[in-house]
Design a protein around this ligand. Structure first.
Ligand code: ATP
Ligand code: MG
Length: 378
């Protein structure tokens, strides 16, 4: 890897703060080969049509978000569309129609991996090609074919998509905005506007999965390989009221059923969160028998790595040493370290100084950078 000095500085700052970089995660990645291989394999199956659900868990700071970020980079490069968000005050997993809204409002594309895109950005390339098509009939033909495919999932979705495309092609901003809002799960569209553009109903509990399937179909028609949805901080569900929590687990169960039964193709859900979600018998996954059976969680040893579960263990010494070498190289792009600096020696010193009970990657990385900060010459 060769990052610019500015990129290297940014990366070191991110690591100093203990968080995971969004870019260059794959350059920095050490260890985790089996986990990356597992994710890559699921991704390949995904492009052949099947769906899947993965749970990434482990201790605070062990490297869950880092692994997820590295996988995101790969998925975008492989022509998947990504949606990425976390459980927070506005979004819990208990309402499936909220899930659709969250997915549609947190999309990322290969062409612009650094910032969220909006629904209509997805169609830029396609619309450009249509506009430049030598035969004007092709526009109508292609849009109609797509709408026909969508109507197999939900008639209203197909109709809304048609008015969205009409709006885009005719450069009718209002028509485009209103139908775009409708398609992305907005529920408060004024009645007159909906009527004006022939939009019927809204996304709700009963049709939300059909909307999602229609959306996935739509992007595969545009030659994307599928959709990968990343939902972080899943462990926050533990603090929810029991009914909310159980609805969330039932939704998760439902998603697993749909993707494994072939009911929802070309989509992968990657949940991540601390291991309490596995070890808390009273409030975690184990409190919902149907879910924990589907996830195949071992009652005796819930942290066992198998099936849909990827439980991260702390990096071993070899991986930490290699990470040390990479970080020192990056650090030296913007600072001068003593000439006699030795990777092995630094690794040993930092390890010796670390006085934490369960050492995870975050402890090591922040302690290493603190050591470098203290010992740099300029
Ligand atoms: N495999 C790895 N290679 C290199 N750096 C890593 C690796 N795993 C983690 N790190 C670094 O360790 C730190 C903590 O990782 P991360 O933020 O992914 O932890 P986490 O498990 O998501 O923690 P939390 O439970 O607090 O969300 C970050 O600075 C990250 O860059
Ligand atoms: Mg994290």
């Amino acid at each position: 890897m060769r990052l610019t000095n500015e990129e290297a500085l940014k990366l070191i700052n991110t690591l100093r703060s203990g968080t995971s970089p969004v870019y260059h995660a794959n350059d920095l990645m050490t260890g985790r080969e089996p986990e990356m291989e597992d994710l890559r394999l699921s991704m390949q199956l995904l492009s052949k049509g099947s769906g899947s659900v993965k749970i990434i868990s482990g201790n605070y700071g062990v490297g869950k978000s880092f692994l997820v970020n590295a996988f995101k980079e790969i998925a975008l490069n492989e022509d998947f569309i990504i949606s990425s968000f976390q459980i927070n005050n506005g979004f819990r997993l208990n309402k499936i129609d909220d899930l659709y809204y969250a997915i549609m409002h947190n999309l990322y594309l290969k062409t612009r991996p650094t910032s969220k895109v909006s629904f209509d950005d997805i169609f830029d390339i396609w619309v450009d090609n249509l506009q430049n098509a030598p035969y004007s009939d092709r526009k109508r033909y292609e849009v109609n074919t797509v709408c026909q495919e969508l109507s197999k999932f939900n008639m209203n979705f197909a109709r809304a998509f048609l008015s969205f495309m009409r709006g885009r092609i005719q450069r009718n901003q209002e028509m485009m905005n209103v139908s775009c809002s409708w398609l992305t799960g907005e529920r408060n569209i004024p009645y007159e506007l909906k009527q004006k553009y022939d939009l019927v109903g809204a996304v709700d509990k009963t049709n939300t999965l059909d909307f999602l399937k229609a959306f996935i179909k739509l992007i595969t028609l545009l030659d994307y390989k599928g959709l990968i949805v990343f939902i972080d901080e899943i462990d926050l569900v533990i603090n929810d009221r029991v009914d909310i929590r159980q609805s969330a687990y039932n939704n998760l169960k439902h998603l697993i059923d749909l993707s494994t039964s072939g009911g929802m193709n070309n989509v992968m859900f990657v949940f991540s969160g601390t291991q309490e979600i596995l070890t808390d018998r009273e409030k975690g996954f184990l409190s919902n028998t149907a879910l924990s059976q589907r996830l195949n969680i071992n009652q005796e040893n819930p942290l066992e790595n198998k099936g849909n579960l990827l439980v991260l263990k702390p990096l071993d010494s070899l991986a930490l040493l290699s990470l040390t070498q990479k970080i020192i190289k990056l650090y030296q792009q913007n600072a001068i370290l003593p000439a006699n600096i030795d990777d092995h020696e630094i690794f040993k010193i930092v390890m010796r100084n670390l006085k934490v009970e369960h050492m995870v990657t975050r402890h090591y990385v922040t302690a290493l950078i603190e050591y470098l900060d203290q010992n740099k010459l300029a």
